[in-house]
Design a protein around this ligand. Structure first.
Ligand code: PMP
Length: 464
């Protein structure tokens, strides 16, 4: 893959094109179409991490030169995170908290907002479990429903906000990890603010593709989805939300004074980051932000739009393939089903025969996927009973192909040709067996990488 103009990928990621074994014994360059799950590192991120490793040291805990340097780099990453969340965040007095990932950020936020069982939160049926379960654990949210195309409008959000008690917060995704749909965030945030309701945006999918809406009160995202796969994420929000009360995690670094019967918490962000931080992850996230900023949103959006059309139109044109969700306003991502072929078998064949990596299953968004698939009540109950008995063979699902900054039109074409071959190309060259416990398929083959001994590292995508 080369950097040769707007129709080509603007950057090549570490590990792109690695040869992977296929069941015919041939190694093929890997086509990574599972970028929405985790993206490989940008070269500048990998190089920057390598350069930083010799300087790795304790953060905010040492007078030595290396500690000072590690602290400087950690705090520089924090500044980059705050600016990435919106140009005027610093002036607004927002604080950037460095966490593990989006899931941790949302659990952190729910704890810090002190959501009570009697509180009202508005969220949507489109959410990833990470933006569903932390809220439903503590209260009964009001949900914004979606239509059969998997979208909702500003009016639907307003109706949910106004349907009862004033919500403490509206929590919604910036982009769906299932359909790639981007809700009209600016209008939704403005409508919520007009009604005095603060907004949290789950930017896990949005962050590598579009600017984070500066008007959102709270935002969270993960480094590993934006080409910084070293385990750091961010939660950004108003400082006042973190100034009172005990933090989510308690321990060293979060306090000014401790006695056996008293504690004086320090100020945010340190108050929110007890324990030694993941300084390498933070540095990597800062570097990825610098790199994406240098590439620029217009280059990224242009590349995304080209791939989105090619991917979604190409798949939709195959007889027997259904692309889920709306036809417009999505990221370069497509979840699809193949008539008469199990989603896990499609994913297994793409990997084993074509060297293409996709995700399949329910994508940690069960309520949304069931709606997009339009499953009736009896089907849902039947598969749930089976799963509770430990049998995942009939779990509903789809296949998801997702593209990123280094995906080329040729990568997308390879997927489309492979799906076409699976649907219309006659029987598979090898037999595939389904595992009842995971629901996954595995080829019967002696080819390198595909023997029975390798089977334990199967996809298990049915879990989520
Ligand atoms: N929200 C969305 C929309 C996601 O796609 C994901 C990851 N699939 C998450 C939240 C959770 O992110 P993480 O696993 O990095 O915590």
């Amino acid at each position: 893959m080369t950097n040769s103009g707007s129709s080509e990928a603007p950057r090549v990621l570490v590990g792109d094109d690695l040869p992977v074994p296929c069941v015919d014994g041939i190694d093929r360059p890997y086509v990574n179409l599972d970028i929405a799950a985790s993206a490989s590192a940008l070269p500048a991120v990998a190089r920057g991490v390598e350069d930083f490793v010799p300087w790795y040291s304790s953060v905010h805990r040492g007078a030595g030169f290396k500690s000072r340097e590690a602290t400087r780099r950690y705090e520089a990453a924090r500044s980059a995170i705050a600016s990435f969340a919106g140009p005027d965040r610093a002036e607004r007095g927002d604080v950037a908290i460095i966490v593990r990932n989006t899931t941790e950020a949302i659990n952190h936020l729910v704890y810090r907002l002190r959501i009570e069982p009697t509180d009202t939160v508005v969220t949507t049926v489109v959410e990833h479990h990470a933006n569903l379960l932390p809220w439903t654990r503590v209260c009964r949210p009001r949900f914004v429903e979606c239509g059969t195309d998997g979208t909702f409008g500003v009016d639907d959000v307003v109706a949910a906000i106004e349907a009862g008690n004033k919500p403490r917060i509206l929590a919604l995704t910036g982009a769906s990890n299932v359909s790639g749909w981007m809700p009209p965030l600016d209008e939704i945030i403005a409508a919520a603010h007009d009604r005095g309701v603060p907004v949290f945006v789950d930017a896990a999918q949005l962050a590598p593709h579009r600017p984070i809406p500066a008007a959102a009160d709270f935002v969270a995202w993960s480094g590993h989805k934006m080409y910084a796969p070293y385990g750091a994420g961010a939660l950004v929000g108003p400082r006042r939300a973190f100034e009172e009360g005990d933090p989510f995690l308690v321990g060293g670094g979060a306090v000014d004074l401790v006695d056996l019967d008293a504690v004086y918490w320090t100020s945010p962000p340190d108050r929110e980051e007890a324990g030694s931080p993941n300084v390498i992850g933070a540095v990597a996230l800062g570097l990825a932000i610098d790199e994406l900023t240098a590439i620029g949103w217009s280059t990224i959006t242009e590349h995304d739009d080209l791939l989105t059309r090619r991917l979604r139109d190409g798949l939709a044109a195959i007889d027997g393939v259904q692309v889920l969700g709306p036809t417009q306003g999505t990221l370069p991502l497509a979840a699809f089903t193949v008539d008469g072929v199990h989603h896990a078998l499609v994913a297994a064949r793409l990997s084993a025969e074509f060297g293409i990596g996709v995700r399949h299953g329910c994508f940690c968004a069960h309520p949304y996927l069931l709606r997009l698939l339009g499953l009736d009540h009896d089907t849902v109950h039947a598969y749930r009973d089976a799963v509770l008995r430990g049998d995942r063979r009939d779990i509903p699902g789809a296949v998801r192909a997702s593209a990123g900054i280094s995906t080329t039109p040729a990568d997308v074409d390879r997927l489309i040709t492979a799906v076409e071959a699976i649907v219309h190309g006659g029987p598979a060259p090898v037999t595939y067996e389904q595992d009842a416990e995971t629901g996954d398929f595995w080829p019967r083959s002696d080819a390198p990488g595909w023997g029975d001994a390798e089977r334990s590292v199967g996809a298990s995508c049915a879990r989520g």
